[in-house]
Every structure is written in structure tokens, then in C-alpha cells.
Design a protein around this ligand. Structure first.
Ligand SMILES: [Zn+2]
Length: 310
């Protein structure tokens, strides 16, 4: 599947290019090869956490954004993330709590950069009523789109999209360059088109489940084999303590623990935390620990985590 060019960069409003460049924290120690920073550790409810979003630093430079839920824009500012350095956006699915902050983040990148900013956006294909990732980006930033002005507003944004539809239980390579390898497997979030991602860089690896019900676990286990860190979105309690319909969309703690054990991941981070999980955190963690012996914890906004090899 070739990358599809959606927009041609045109340099306009160069005077804005110098606005507010963010800076990296200075340190004498070399940066870790791969580092996760949680921008949003929450779910769809406005209850204090930003919604789902993560940034990955490669050799200290923020290069990859995984989901862009509401609140990620504010957290990226608080974390001094130089958004103009991001080159790749991985969308697990197109629910608003995972993609709603894309326009704000892209505009922030545009007004903080100087030259053209190439942004590759990967995400699922479409299935009614969900647009494909390409259509989604066109509806936002294409001709006639809601924010059609944005790609040429300041530093030009060169947006390309690629839709992913991995075969059932197969792991596909999405991107391979300069030591970075991104692979993907078919997600399963009810009938919502979804993708799970694995990022490998210089011997370190992180996997993102996205929102996933139990039907997606076999593919995720194949994708996550031996990964240093698995970020799993945790939304429900073990049955029957959550509304039945939610089990068609999300995996319960016992299933998450079994999947983490079967994939032999080094560490487990629970993300997309909702009040039910927060209020019963010990029960959730205990249930997971019945099956998985590694470190497991609940994510929090702005948390930084460096995966270490097992
Ligand atoms: Zn969600």
C-alpha cells in the first residue's frame, strides 16, 4: 500500500514560523533510545485526565504520536514537546477520544516549526459509519474540509495517509527506516475499525493495544511477543461488574493479564483509565497479577517511561 500524498506543501506566513519553539530538557546523560511519554491517560469522560494520547521519543526527539485524544494539546505544552519534530502519527481508531485533538496539535506544530513538516498518518480503513483514515484527514484538512486553511497557514504541513487493514491474526510491517520498525495487527473494538501497533527501535519495543475487546487478543499477543512494554487500554472490571455492552468493546483485567503473560511482555502499563477502573484499581491490579508476574501499573498524564530490555 503506497503512501498517498494528500497535500502539497506551500510556504506561507513565514513570519509566524518563529513562534514559541519548545525546547528539550538539557541533560548530560545521553537520551534513552526509546521513551514513552503519556500525554493522555484517560478515556472519553471529562474527569481530570486527558484522553488517549502518547508521544514516543527516539534518541530524545519526539518522533511518533500514538492517538490524539482531547487534552493532548494542553499536555504536550506542559511537557514542552516540540511538536514540529513529530513525523509519524499512529491512530488506533477514529473515536473522538483518540483523534479529537489532531487539529489543535497540527496547528501547534505548524506555528512552532519553520520548514515544511512532513507528517505520515497511519490508521484503520473505513467501515460505515466510520470514514477511512484518508477520508477522515481529508474531511479535516483537505479542500473543503473543516480546517482546509491549516496545511498552508504557517510552516507547511505535508500530510500523507496510509490505511491499514491487517489480515486476521497477521502482523504486518508498516514502516521500516533508520533503525525504526513499526508493525501492526488488526485491532478489535466491537465493530469499530481498529489497529494495534508495535514500535521497535534500537533494541527496545513498545506495543499499543488501543481499545480492544477479547476478540482482538490473539492478534495482539502475536504482535506483542517479547515486547519490553505493553500499553493496554483498561476500561472494564472483571465480569459481571461492568455494563455487559462494554465487554463487547473492551477486555477485562483477567484477560489483559493472560494476554500480557502469553506475550511475555516485560512490563504492562494500563492506560485509558476510566473512573470505574480508578476506583477499583487494587482489584484490577490483583486480577492481572493472578496471571501476569511482571510490573503492572496505572498510567498518569505526563508520565515518562523508558522500556528496558527483559
Ligand atoms: Zn477510547
Amino acid at each position: 500500500m503506497p503512501l498517498r500524498s494528500v497535500f502539497r506543501p506551500v510556504l506561507l506566513f513565514a513570519a509566524l514560523a518563529g513562534l514559541s519553539p519548545a525546547v528539550l530538557a538539557q541533560s548530560d546523560a545521553p537520551p534513552p533510545p526509546l521513551e514513552l511519554q503519556v500525554l493522555g491517560s484517560g478515556g472519553p469522560g471529562a474527569v481530570g485526565r486527558a484522553a488517549s494520547s502518547h508521544v514516543l521519543r527516539l534518541d530524545g526527539v519526539p518522533r511518533i504520536l500514538v492517538d490524539a485524544g482531547p487534552g493532548a494539546f494542553a499536555r504536550a505544552g506542559e511537557a514542552h514537546v516540540p511538536l514540529a519534530r513529530v513525523r509519524t502519527v499512529l491512530l488506533t481508531h477514529l473515536h473522538a477520544d483518540h483523534a479529537g485533538d489532531l487539529p489543535g496539535l497540527f496547528k501547534a506544530a505548524a506555528v512552532s516549526g519553520r520548514g515544511p513538516i512532513p507528517l505520515r498518518i497511519f490508521g484503520p480503513d473505513g467501515r460505515d459509519p466510520y470514514p477511512s483514515t484518508g477520508r477522515f484527514v481529508e474531511l479535516l484538512f483537505g479542500t473543503g474540509g473543516a480546517f482546509a486553511y491549516l496545511p498552508d497557514f504557517s510552516a507547511p504541513l505535508a500530510l500523507t495517509t496510509r490505511e491499514l487493514s491487517p489480515p486476521e491474526s497477521a502482523v504486518v510491517t508498516v514502516l521500516e527506516e533508520d533503525g525504526l520498525r513499526i508493525t501492526a495487527a488488526r485491532g478489535h473494538h466491537g465493530d469499530v475499525p481498529a489497529v494495534a501497533y508495535r514500535i521497535d527501535y534500537r533494541g527496545r519495543s513498545i506495543v499499543f493495544s488501543g481499545d480492544m475487546d477479547e476478540a482482538g487478543l490473539p492478534a495482539l499477543i502475536a504482535l506483542a511477543q517479547g515486547a519490553d512494554l505493553l500499553v493496554f487500554n483498561s476500561v472494564v472490571l472483571d465480569p459481571p461488574d461492568s455494563p455487559a455492552v462494554l465487554y463487547t468493546l473492551h477486555s477485562p483485567p483477567a484477560a489483559i493479564g493472560r494476554a500480557a503473560a502469553e506475550a511475555r511482555v516485560g512490563r504492562l502499563l494500563l492506560a485509558h483509565i476510566v473512573p470505574a477502573v480508578e476506583d477499583h484499581a487494587e482489584a484490577v491490579l490483583d486480577s492481572i497479577r493472578q496471571h501476569y508476574q511482571g510490573t503492572v501499573e496505572l498510567a498518569h498524564d505526563l508520565q515518562r517511561l523508558t522500556p528496558s530490555a527483559p
